[in-house]
Design a protein around this ligand. Structure first.
Ligand SMILES: NC(=O)c1ccc[n+]([C@@H]2O[C@H](COP(=O)([O-])OP(=O)(O)OC[C@H]3O[C@@H](n4cnc5c(N)ncnc54)[C@H](OP(=O)(O)O)[C@@H]3O)[C@@H](O)[C@H]2O)c1
Length: 245
């Protein structure tokens, strides 16, 4: 897998954290964002020889696997044609804010990843890397077999694509727990016990949503075993989708 190229669309907090882990793991990485490759020059220089910047379409073409680390609202602008035939990792979470909501998600008709899969009909979408924060991702990686290795849930409709993402997570320093299809991925969406909290522990009480986000972004990572992920997924109850900002 060390010859694998990871295409990353979206180089905010999640895209950059995954890029750092991928480079440390020996992968080649092609980074892209909405503003153009020239805006990524400093990051490319910092990350080294195995990294280059491109447009989203070029990152999609170049990647053996693609991470689409953009806001969910931007999934409709992903380069569909170039992503066709590829495995696309979807870490996107549904955040509701004034003027933005998605009715099929509000009624639980679809999970957010089913929505993304419908949009990227020619791709194999795997939901992963959405429930752990970037800081914790950069702290909790461990070699295979380590007693305190952290596990990450994934969901998808294509077994081969899930195996590819499982192998990638292993390389990045994590075990994977398969939660089933994209329809079942609500079990690790926001508002479930699997989402974010296991990796950061108990927050101070009384935090408003934005205060929780700020707290979680600086919280020390807490290792989470595969068994714990399985327990939390089995106990999940489907409620309203998305978190309100
Ligand atoms: N932050 C977290 O703790 C966390 C944890 C797990 C999952 N997530 C999810 O992961 C996704 C990314 O989160 P983030 O915190 O990394 O977001 P972020 O810091 O706001 O970064 C978003 C990135 O997406 C890029 N982008 C937006 N529209 C685009 C488009 N049409 N084409 C190409 N690139 C586009 C932006 O480009 P520019 O840089 O050019 O603006 C930016 O690089 C979100 O869906 C979020 O829900 C976040």
């Amino acid at each position: 897998m060390s010859q694998t190229t990871l295409g990353i669309i979206g180089t905010g907090m999640v895209g950059v954290a995954v890029a750092r882990r991928a480079v440390d793991a020996g992968l080649h990485v092609v980074l892209s964002n909405s503003r153009g490759p020239e805006t990524l020059a400093d990051l490319v220089a910092e990350l080294g020889d195995r990294v280059r910047a491109a447009t989203p379409a070029d990152a999609a073409r170049a990647g053996d696997l693609i991470l689409a680390a953009v806001p969910l609202a931007a999934h409709v602008r992903l380069p569909r044609a170039e992503l066709a035939g590829k495995t696309v990792i979807d870490p996107m979470n549904y955040a509701l804010y004034p003027g933005f909501s998605i009715p099929q998600l509000d009624t639980d008709e679809l999970t957010s990843s089913e929505l993304v899969q419908r949009c990227l009909a020619g791709s194999r979408v795997v939901k992963a890397l959405h429930s752990i924060g970037p800081k914790q991702l950069l702290e909790l990686f461990r070699p295979a077999g380590a007693a305190d290795r952290t596990a990450i849930p994934l969901s998808g409709d294509d077994p081969t694509a899930k195996k590819e993402v499982t192998d990638l997570l292993d390389l990045l320093g994590f075990d994977a727990v398969d939660l089933g299809t994209l329809a079942e991925s609500w079990r690790s969406e926001p508002n479930t016990p699997l989402y974010a909290l296991p990796y950061v522990g108990q927050p101070p009480s009384g935090l408003a949503p934005l205060e929780f986000v700020a707290w979680a972004q600086q919280a020390a990572g807490v290792p989470v075993s595969a068994g714990r992920i399985e327990e939390l997924a089995a106990a999940a109850v489907r409620g309203p989708a998305g978190f309100r900002m």
